[in-house]
Ligand binder design. Structure first.
Ligand code: CAO
Length: 419
């Protein structure tokens, strides 16, 4: 028996990298290729295996240490002869690549969650997998030798967790779903979900689950704006201009954003304590296309007049419907307008277009009898549904924003906005 120093081998890019795990303890018997430590760089992590059989005498590294090639990991009372240095390196590189846990049969059917918080052993790949799913690997019971956690343990853990959740919340529906298939009740057809819908699904889920939405409903009196809009004629042809209310709404919203700058912001992670307030005014427009909903941005709306906004709205929606829109035009917005005004309906609850913090839903303007200046009169009222991220915007601020927007759409501002 002789004492042998086990050092960090040459493993390419790994220089001055952090030890994220020590997988062995002093006095432990080892076989050649047993993993000793896990090191992690910005790009990936690897385990360093033992090059010899033996018993660990002293461990010379700990979690958090920064190591490079040649740094001492531990001293081993070895029972096998060390190989020549050059050979050791070759073996190590080969062995590192070889570290892939062998798939074990999962016998556990109940939740594989630990009762204690002892550190779990797992390969870097499995750790990464757990991190991506937001699973604390130390909570998972490993099914491998010495409780080592493998990918299927993580999957089982997640499945058990979600099953538990479903059992608590969705049991009646799940039962019906399992017992009957749709086709038992009549003819059905299985269709492909369009690509745009599949792509936007992850953004919608992200937004719906991450952002605490609140929607304030209000109505803007656009009687004068509508009189003005419908009176617009082309100076050359004398024909009526085909400008929809949306162009005016873009302009009014932009003016409101200038005053309420929180609405023109984004947050990545609230825990970071930072928000990005945009100095530009790129208004997202939800466009209904045969392929699904797309949200191109009308850039620099503050510097454009109603005619230009109107023609850009037409261009953008045409490009979306013909799938000619540049992908970049779907990103980098201030706030979005989703207008169902040309179709029908009044109020709804729009989903915020993440990472924006607010969205304005517009319904169909209708003539209504309202109490105005001391008597009931007929006015044209535009339904507004403002959804906002309650982490950044409070209800009172949203109500004030709607007041401002109503002013900007109301008779005092309609003419000014048209310029
Ligand atoms: N109230 C009353 N009438 C309205 C109106 C409103 N709020 N908005 C539009 N109209 C009228 C227009 O003036 C036009 O009338 P004419 O035919 O007499 O000229 C007609 O409705 C059709 O307008 P439009 O819908 O073609 O044009 P737009 O500028 O209002 O909207 C666009 C453009 C791209 C937003 C729209 O075509 C669209 O795709 N809307 C659907 C958006 C959507 O699906 N949102 C839901 C997202 S959540 O799933």
């Amino acid at each position: 028996m002789s004492d042998t120093e086990i050092k960090v081998p040459n493993i390419g890019d790994f220089k001055d990298v952090e030890v994220i795990e020590v997988l062995v303890s002093e006095g432990q018997k080892l076989k050649k290729n047993d993993p000793l430590i896990t090191i992690e760089s910005d790009k990936s992590s690897v385990e360093i295996p033992s090059t010899l059989d033996g018993k660990i005498k002293t461990i010379k590294t700990k979690v958090g240490d920064k190591v490079s090639e040649g740094d001492l990991i531990l001293i081993l009372e070895s029972t096998s002869q060390p190989t020549a240095k050059i050979k050791e390196k070759t073996v190590l590189e080969k062995d590192i690549k070889k570290i892939q846990p062998i798939k074990a049969e999962i016998q556990q059917t109940t939740i594989n969650q630990k009762n204690n918080t002892s550190l779990s052993s797992a390969s870097p790949k499995v750790r990464k997998f757990a991190r991506e799913l937001g699973v604390d690997i130390n909570q998972v019971i490993g099914s491998e030798r010495k409780g080592r956690v493998i990918e299927s343990d993580i999957k089982l853990f997640v499945a058990s967790k979600s099953k538990n959740l479903e059992n608590n919340t969705r049991q009646p529906y799940e039962k019906i779903k399992q017992e009957f298939s749709h086709s038992e009740f009549g003819e059905v057809e299985i269709k492909d979900i369009p690509r745009v819908k599949r792509l936007s699904s992850k953004y919608l889920i992200n937004s719906w689950t991450k952002i605490p939405h609140v929607t304030n409903h209000d109505e803007a009196d656009i009687t004068e704006l509508e009189e003005f809009r419908t009176s617009l004629t082309d100076i050359y042809t004398g024909e009526k201009k085909k400008i929809t209310p949306l162009a005016f709404i873009v302009k009014a919203l932009t003016a409101s954003l200038k005053k309420f700058t929180n609405f023109n912001s984004s947050i990545d992670e609230i825990e970071d304590g930072k928000m990005t307030v945009k100095k530009y005014f790129h208004i997202g427009i939800a466009v209904d296309t045969p392929h699904g909903l797309m949200v191109p941005k009308l850039r620099n709306a503050d510097n454009k007049n109603i005619d230009l906004i109107s023609s850009e709205l037409k261009n953008l929606s045409e490009q979306c419907r013909n799938l000619k829109i540049d992908k970049k035009e779907l990103f980098g917005g201030s706030m979005t307008i989703t207008s169902l005004g040309g179709i029908g309906g009044s109020f709804f609850t729009p989903i915020i277009n993440y990472p924006e913090v607010a969205i304005l839903g517009v319904g169909k303007a209708e003539k209504k009898q309202i109490f105005f200046k001391g008597k009931f009169v007929t006015r044209t009222m535009l339904p507004l549904s403002l959804s906002y991220d309650h982490r950044i915007i409070d209800g009172a601020e949203a109500a004030r924003f709607n007041n401002e927007l109503k002013e900007n759409l109301g008779k005092n501002f309609a003419y000014k906005l048209a310029i």
